[in-house]
Write a new protein. Structure first.
Ligand SMILES: Nc1ncnc2c1ncn2[C@@H]1O[C@H](COP(=O)(O)OP(=O)(O)OP(=O)(O)O)[C@@H](O)[C@H]1O
Ligand SMILES: [Mg+2]
Lengths: 254, 268
């Protein structure tokens, strides 16, 4: 189990074609994320966090360099690379339950087993009463929670999350952060977590990767675990955490 | 108690409103029939010639005698049979081609030019050629009706596939769906509202083509019935034929509406 989901990014360049020239978004980025690690990705808006995450998920081809997961180059999306997208991507013609069991059923699970899994994860995000609702009948935040449940129910080796808690209130956010942490501890899934919220990044991840818009690459990697177990209340209130916060915010406004 | 009274009061308002609506429509229709009676009874001939048009009462008696004949029901049977057969064929072919056009670059390269070329030709323009091609007129009528229905279905289905949001496709792929899975679980459901629109338009076009085909080369069918009535100077039956056509095409549109409601509960 422990060695599934090791991500190696080598000299990666990403960009979008517009007409004849290509707009480079990520330039010469190298990064190694160990199997079972929990990494937050922060950076100013438009610096390419979503682009990088989509590329790890197999949705964008590198212009140069490669992304290698467990020794295999990522060439296309797969069920092992789960994504919670920044946009709403629930299937509007499927109910909450049908959306969540979609992944497990693609993997060849029977209806009963897939339903059981779906129920479990719908309960986890606190939407048990809404199983048979269509996405349209849910609020934006509820839809995001269903997307999280749908990605988790598929039990991917790598979980890529693009600001998954952005649209939630503080309480729901805290509760889902705890759920995510316990899932992570139990399953050893490798998590890459994009967020705007420095506090959130410090609280839930082992490492923080700060992207810079200027260099189109990494400006700093902070190892929180080297400091202390960051998920505890006392750490979050400590002087060290304060310093870390200030440092991150400084780095973001470069 | 106050609450109950309130509901009772609301119900009363709704009932009064409905009665008012029905009353209004009835008055309007009766007025129309009255004008019709007036024009035909007095053989008004002022630019428009009403002297040969049957009176409403005449139509009613024609209707009563026609319903008793076996031929009337056979004609209805033939038209419905042709519509259902050609429309089903058009739906299957139209949806398949529409999906191919939207989903496969190669198909688009090969099929799209033909679609663009043939689409502007109205189905009725195919009548002579199709009589020449098909062994019997029966088949040529079905072919023409099929042509009428198929293009709106192709174009609307294609359009729907084109609009599928790339995010939904990405989400399905990241959950383990392959090309077929994306087609079945994302592309087709997304295109269904468009397909249904194409089918409604196609149904109208199918009736149009069917009636033209039946009038020009038919031997049975409600279109033929109407045209034959003209030729046999049974003017009352012309109107009976027209009204029958109206009823039949409402029934088929109603069927499509039912299909739509069944498949599109999620969109409400
Ligand atoms: N499909 C696309 N085609 C062309 N350009 C794109 C596309 N997607 C993103 N971009 C561009 O790439 C850059 C990075 O976008 P990206 O969405 O990765 O930023 P981000 O860091 O996730 O920002 P945010 O924090 O606001 O979500 C932006 O300048 C954007 O305009
Ligand atoms: Mg983003």
């Amino acid at each position: 189990m422990n060695d599934i989901g090791n991500i190696e990014i080598q000299q990666l360049s990403l960009g979008f074609k517009s007409g004849f020239d290509t707009k480079i978004i990520i330039n010469d980025l190298s990064l190694n994320l160990k199997a079972g690690s929990f990494t937050s990705l922060i950076g100013p808006s438009g610096c390419g966090k979503s682009t990088l995450l989509n590329a790890i998920g197999g949705h964008y081809k590198p212009i140069y360099g490669s992304i290698i997961i467990d020794g295999h180059e990522v060439k296309s999306p797969s069920a092992d690379l789960g994504i919670v997208f920044q946009q709403h991507t629930l299937f509007p013609w499927k109910t909450v339950k049908e959306n969540v069991r979609f992944g497990p059923m693609r993997r060849g699970l029977g209806r009963v087993e897939a339903d059981r899994l779906a129920d479990e994860y719908i309960q986890l995000v606190g939407l048990s009463g809404f199983k048979n609702y269509y996405p349209k009948m849910l609020s934006g935040g509820m839809q995001h929670r269903v997307e999280i449940a749908r990605a988790l129910a598929n039990k991917p080796a790598v979980l890529l999350m693009d600001e998954p808690f952005g649209a939630l209130d503080a309480q729901m956010r805290a509760s889902l952060q705890d759920s995510l942490l316990s899932i992570w501890k139990n399953t050893q899934v490798t998590i890459v977590f994009v967020t705007h919220d420095v506090n959130e990044a410090i609280h839930i991840s082992e490492h923080i990767v700060i992207l810079s818009r200027k260099s189109k690459s990494i400006s700093e990697i902070i190892d929180i675990n080297a400091i202390e177990d960051s998920s505890t209340e006392s750490f979050m209130r400590s002087k060290k955490a304060d310093d870390l916060r200030l440092h991150c915010i400084e780095m973001l406004s470069d | 108690m106050i609450f109950m009274k309130r509901i009772y009061f609301d119900m009363k308002i709704v009932m009064v409103r409905n009665i008012f609506k029905i009353l209004g429509s009835s008055i309007s229709i009766f007025l129309g029939i009255f004008i019709w009676q007036f024009l035909t009874q007095n053989d008004v001939n002022f630019f428009l010639d009403f002297s040969n048009i049957p009176t409403p009462f005449h139509v009613l008696t024609s209707f009563q005698s026609v319903v008793a004949t076996k031929k009337y029901w056979e004609d209805i049977y033939w038209s419905m049979y042709r519509i259902i057969l050609s429309f089903s064929l058009a739906s299957v072919v139209g949806i398949t081609i529409g999906l191919l056009l939207g989903y496969s670059k190669i198909a688009r390269l090969i099929i799209a030019p033909y679609v663009e070329l043939i689409r502007p030709i109205p189905a009725i323009a195919w009548v002579p050629i199709s009589i020449l091609i098909w062994p019997t007129t029966e088949e040529s009528i079905i072919f023409i009706t099929f042509l009428g229905a198929v293009f709106p279905i192709i174009l609307n289905c294609w359009d729907g596939v084109k609009r599928v949001p790339v995010e939904l496709v990405k989400a399905a792929q990241s959950l383990g769906a392959g090309n077929l899975g994306v087609l079945i679980h994302v592309v087709i459901p997304y295109a269904i509202p468009n397909i249904v629109v194409g089918m409604s338009v196609g149904m109208g076009a199918a009736w149009f083509a069917l009636l033209a085909g039946e009038m020009i080369s038919g031997r049975y069918g409600i279109g033929y019935f109407t045209w034959e009535s003209y030729q046999l100077i049974q003017y009352g039956n012309i109107i009976v034929g027209m009204l029958t056509i109206g009823i039949l095409s409402s029934i088929t549109s109603g069927l499509i509406y039912m299909i739509k409601n069944k498949f599109l509960s999620w969109a409400e």
